[in-house]
Design a protein around this ligand. Structure first.
Ligand code: PRP
Length: 215
């Protein structure tokens, strides 16, 4: 049995449909109830819904053998796990954003608000730019509007949140997409099952990509 942590929400539901197409269905999961754990012994899978930010914790600690995690979470927390497959879905960009007329004055320390202090810190360290990182937990776009920060480093998907708050992308930090990740010990002990799932899911990724399928 493979234990698979799915991120609760639209991305997780989309990836579950891909897994189902790949031969790992779980009819119980499709019922409209509030259970969090579902299994299909015939297909050899047990799925559970977890908060997207927590997927790598379950996988790193071996509570899940496999999981679906955004590259943003993987980069931010650097968990000890194997990244097996780019699912080419959940596609977005990590960006620096701020007022469109923002000009960086390198004589001052740049104040950066973000949910991703490690990604932001490494990005600016790579540019030898002194920054003060301000860790927030959401609604990051408010920070430059209220003068809490000069810019933000955050995820941009459609760009709508930025536009509707009068902000623009100033620089791209890195592209983001969902990844299939594995616990290293589970990979060692259940290698055949995990490689089979990775291969079948990889084929499904190609089918979706050929269709131009995004979520
Ligand atoms: C994320 C991100 C942006 C928004 C970007 O926030 O932090 O605010 O989505 O999406 P868009 O480009 O399609 O508008 P999330 O929805 O996770 O909420 P949060 O503010 O609570 O972090």
């Amino acid at each position: 049995m493979l234990n698979i942590a799915l991120p609760k929400g639209r991305l997780g539901e989309h990836v579950y449909r891909m897994l189902k197409q790949a031969g790992y269905p779980c009819p119980a999961l499709e019922q409209p109830d509030r259970r969090l754990i579902f299994e299909n012994t015939e297909a050899g899978v047990r799925y559970f819904w977890v908060k997207p930010h927590d997927v790598t914790i379950y996988v790193e600690r071996g509570a899940a053998d496999l999981g679906i995690a955004g590259k943003d979470i993987i980069l931010e927390y650097s968990p000890e796990l194997y990244e097996l497959l780019d699912l080419k879905t959940g596609i977005c960009r990590m960006c620096v954003a701020g007022p469109s007329d923002f000009r960086d004055d390198r004589r001052t320390v740049l104040r950066v608000a973000t949910k991703f202090p490690r990604i932001a810190g490494e990005f600016y360290a790579g540019k030898s730019r002194d920054v003060e990182l301000i860790k927030l937990n959401g609604s990051i776009e408010l920070a430059p509007i209220l003068g809490l920060s000069d810019v933000i480093v955050d995820i941009v998907e459609t760009g709508r949140t930025l536009a509707e708050n009068g902000l623009s992308v100033l620089e791209e930090v890195c592209p983001i997409s969902a990844r299939l990740v594995a616990n290293p010990a589970a990979y060692r002990f259940q290698r055949d099952e995990i490689e089979a799932l990775t291969r079948k899911l990889g084929k499904e990724v190609n089918v979706q990509t050929a269709r131009g399928g995004r979520i």
